[in-house]
Design a protein around this ligand. Structure first.
Ligand SMILES: Nc1nc2c(c(=O)[nH]1)N[C@H]1C(S)=C(S)[C@@H](COP(=O)(O)OP(=O)(O)OC[C@H]3O[C@@H](n4cnc5c(=O)[nH]c(N)nc54)[C@H](O)[C@@H]3O)O[C@H]1N2
Ligand SMILES: Nc1nc2c(c(=O)[nH]1)N[C@H]1C(S)=C(S)[C@@H](COP(=O)(O)OP(=O)(O)OC[C@H]3O[C@@H](n4cnc5c(=O)[nH]c(N)nc54)[C@H](O)[C@@H]3O)O[C@H]1N2
Ligand SMILES: [Mo]
Length: 768
């Protein structure tokens, strides 16, 4: 699992240390200095007038959608400069950079040399400025015309024995318009092999929500935060990853909501928030956020939830109708009896221990919620990336159902999405398991027969390429190599391909680990003006709460050789499908309204798309759960019986989660610091509890190798510095993507097939 290929030495980040410096763990997030620093960074990357223009238009009416996270804007307005966050501004700066990579750069730098750089240094290189081609056996990329690039793709796809030997990956920044065309192209070509970043992200949420409630999306809107009595946040670090959520939490708290944080780490943003925008002083808002913090063990959430529910059940039995919403349960749900029987058997003491808590802490949570009826539960990757993730999320839903906390104001599910349009891409049909209804609609409307067999998701795609069952890989954005598990295995999978194609903005490692031939197709980003066709175009995105809004870039593109994503899809489709296509691809690049007209016909909720998307604050998509209706087989919400299955670790093993630092957006590393956690100038760190260090005979500052064993295979990542940290005992944390070499490709969540990248069993071996 750890062999490196000689001609390309560094599939993963070079294993070198950059020199850890330490500071204190911050007590509150954000504050004026954070926003100031992000403005400075934007201006440094993009220059004064370009930088200001970009920041001024971020998340503003007539501006562009923030390319960072999927947290929504307030309903009545698209907020201007006041509602961007430090990390949103950073994402913009990263894209708005004036550094560009033209043919000269690729002539000067061999793939071998570039692969020796860290992800941080690779990203610093800049935006790709023209299409580039790597010939078979070549050491350097060379320029290629768009026309030749498209025909190369067309020829490679048409040479396949079966369309299912092609894979069409999507990352979550792709607009609705591009995503719709992309899935249409893949399906007319003849495959449902459409893995996406969602497979590694909220897939577990989608599966659990779909089965329990009938729709794979969250139910709350921002307004619900203002009415909630209790907001639970599990497995999420909003201070870094969804900073604008802290404003919503602070407002909720000012209105009396209690906030509970359940996390193996006392994350700074959860503990406190010094709001840089509202006049905290005038409103008298205090920076403290969390009322109750439970330092759960990694993947201890299911045991925790069940212990809490057992105590709630006891109280409900003592005083029927005072703790549970019995009317709601009776009218709207099925499966309660089986659920009750199962929870009745829970040993609270044992389950508390499994969760790494004492029963007093469980009782604190019970006291906080027992008489409350308006609960919101927020969660992110801390719940979704475990073997039993789907079960944990179903138990979250069980808890909400007990309280009748679905489909009423101030209550509901809030899976906080990651990529700014990951939810929209799925709505547009980027899915390896499309519904029959959707395929029927495509067939009727476009008059071709879409493939009916399910395609490969991300993990299955990697296996297929590894075993030679797929040999053309096309990525609409993202950084497949670094985002996926088991870096060396995935690298081999990509190297086994005949052709790998990356539609990208910035240089990344997936350009350096490639198939026999490779193409880099540079595209416009969110902040760029899009002059495709007759006038300045806009695209649209769906945020985490199901609101669709337009996004119009404002910056002059750094090169006149960039194409928009929709134009690239049309180019590939025409060159591949030629005369056999039933679709008028050319009309879509004349005006994107023509794409939205198709979406309006094919995707429920998008009727009248072209006028609704022009409303200043966009429009809400229908969401049955929000209205208290459940699109399940019996039209009721389902209680599910779940069982915690904790991994049994040996005494010298720790359970490792791979998380984000404050200075990255997924695989894009902006800097080497993790300011809130007091970690500076180093990413190869492993956070361990001081008691575990004592027990293991190891010390803060020591350099170790991380070794994982899974199904008899050994995986190793060299050179990590131990950081003694208040993390739950028995656990440790590293950053992704550096630690992805340790995530076994076959260690996945049941049902959702999401890599269990927050449940990796490792040992810390003394380094050499
Ligand atoms: N600035 C910035 N913003 C981003 C991103 C980014 O990289 N940078 N990425 C975007 C994307 S695609 C996504 S999906 C989101 C990710 O947003 P998050 O899910 O917040 O990201 P992670 O860093 O993976 O953090 C997971 C959190 O869960 C906790 N955790 C881990 N395991 C467990 C567990 O078993 N139980 C509990 N209760 N907690 C656990 C960790 O301590 C950590 O606080 O953010 C999006 N926004
Ligand atoms: N171990 C571990 N692995 C993880 C995770 C984890 O928590 N732990 N998290 C997972 C999650 S939640 C996710 S979402 C995935 C993310 O997986 P991906 O979405 O594949 O990865 P990103 O790092 O977001 O992709 C960054 C690249 O996208 C390109 N890009 C940026 N903007 C645009 C654009 O507008 N258009 C196009 N075409 N390209 C663009 C740039 O070239 C950039 O280098 O990673 C997953 N992997
Ligand atoms: Mo994500």
């Amino acid at each position: 699992m750890n062999q490196k290929s000689d001609n390309n030495p560094a599939a993963e980040n070079p294993e070198e240390l950059t020199g850890l410096k330490r500071g204190s763990i911050k007590k509150v997030a954000a504050g004026i200095p954070a926003v100031k620093s992000s403005i400075q960074k934007t201006l440094a990357e993009a220059g004064l007038s370009r930088g200001m223009k970009a920041l001024w238009s971020l998340n503003k009416k007539g501006g562009f959608d923030c390319p960072s996270c999927a947290w929504p804007d307030p309903d009545d307005e698209r907020s201007g400069i006041a509602e961007y966050c430090e990390n949103g501004a950073r994402a913009v700066a990263d894209e708005a950079t004036t550094k560009k990579l033209s043919a000269h750069f690729f002539k000067e730098n061999s793939l071998h040399d570039l692969a020796l750089l860290t992800d941080y240094k690779i990203n610093l290189k800049g935006r790709i400025a023209q299409p580039m081609y790597l010939r078979k056996g070549a050491t350097h990329y060379e320029p290629i015309s768009w026309e030749d690039a498209f025909s190369l793709i067309g020829n490679a796809l048409n040479a396949l024995v079966s369309p299912d030997e092609a894979i069409f990956y999507t990352s979550g920044r792709t607009s609705n318009e591009a995503a719709f065309l992309y899935q249409l192209f893949a399906r007319e070509f003849g495959t449902n092999n459409m893995p996406d970043c969602s497979n590694m992200c909220h897939e577990s949420s989608g599966v659990a929500l779909g089965e329990s409630l009938g729709i794979g999306k969250g139910s709350v809107t921002l307004d619900d935060f203002n009415e909630a009595e209790v907001i639970l946040i599990l497995g999420q670090n909003p201070g870094t990853n969804h900073p604008r959520m802290l404003t919503a939490l602070q407002k909720a708290k000012a209105r009396g909501a209690k906030i509970v944080a359940i996390n193996p780490l006392p994350e700074t943003g959860l503990m406190g928030f010094d709001n840089p925008q509202t006049v905290r002083g005038v409103l008298g808002i205090k920076p403290e956020l969390t009322d109750l913090y439970l330092p759960v063990k990694i993947n201890g959430d299911l045991a925790l939830l069940q212990a809490v529910e057992k105590l709630l059940l006891e109280k409900e039995s003592e005083m029927p109708g005072t703790v549970f919403d019995t009317a709601f349960i009776q009218e709207n749900t099925t499966g309660y009896e089986a659920w009750r029987e199962n929870i009745g058997r829970v040993d609270v003491q044992k389950f508390s221990e499994q969760a790494g808590l004492d029963s007093g802490q469980i009782e604190d949570l019970v006291r906080l919620i027992q008489n409350k009826n308006k609960l919101i539960v927020c969660w992110a990757m801390g719940l979704t990336q475990h073997r039993n993730a789907v079960d944990t999320i179903k138990e979250v839903i069980n808890l909400l159902l007990l309280k009748g906390s679905i489909g009423k104001p101030g209550a509901g599910t809030c899976p906080v999405r990651g990529h700014s349009n990951v939810q929209g891409d799925r709505t547009m049909g980027i899915y390896e398991k499309p519904s029959t209804a959707f395929l029927d609609t495509l067939e009727n409307h476009f008059q071709f027969a879409p493939p009916r067999a399910h395609g490969y998701d991300t993990v299955d795609s990697i296996h297929a390429m590894y075993h030679g069952k797929a040999s053309v890989f096309i990525a609409m954005g993202g950084n497949f190599l670094s985002a996926t598990p088991d870096t060396h295995y995935t690298a081999q999978a990509l190297r086994n391909c005949k052709l790998t194609v990356q539609v990208s903005t910035k240089l990344n490692r997936s350009h350096l680990v490639h198939g026999e031939e490779a193409l880099i197709l540079p595209c416009l980003g969110r902040s760029d003006q899009d002059h495709t066709g007759s006038e300045l175009q806009f695209v649209s995105c769906e945020n985490s709460m199901g609101v669709v809004q337009q996004s119009k870039g404002v910056l002059k593109p750094i090169s006149d050789q960039l194409l928009s994503e929709p134009a690239i899809v049309c180019g590939m489709a025409l060159a591949t499908l030629k005369d056999r296509t039933k679709i008028e691809w050319n009309k879509y690049t004349q005006h994107y309204d023509r794409i939205r007209e198709e979406i309006a016909i094919c995707v429920p909720g998008f009727e009248d798309y072209n006028s609704k998307v022009r409303q200043p604050a966009g429009f809400y998509l229908p969401n049955c759960t929000r209205e208290g209706k459940f699109d399940t087989a019996d039209s009721k919400a389902q209680f599910y019986v779940t069982t915690p299955k904790p991994l049994s670790l040996q005494a010298d093993e720790l359970l490792m989660m791979t998380i984000r630092s404050h200075d990255q957006f997924n695989t894009t590393v902006y800097g080497l610091n993790d300011r809130y956690r007091g970690i500076y100038n180093e990413r190869r760190v492993v956070l361990v509890n001081p008691d575990d260090l004592k027990r293991l005979g190891q010390a803060d500052g020591e350099i170790v190798d991380l070794v994982g064993y899974f199904n008899g295979q050994r995986r190793i990542a060299h050179h990590f510095v131990i950081v003694s940290y208040p993390i739950a005992k028995g656990c440790c944390a590293t950053y992704f993507p550096e630690a992805n070499v340790l995530v076994p490709i076959d260690s996945v969540a049941e049902q959702s097939n999401t890599p269990a990248s927050k449940s990796v069993v490792v040992k810390l071996l003394k380094g050499n």
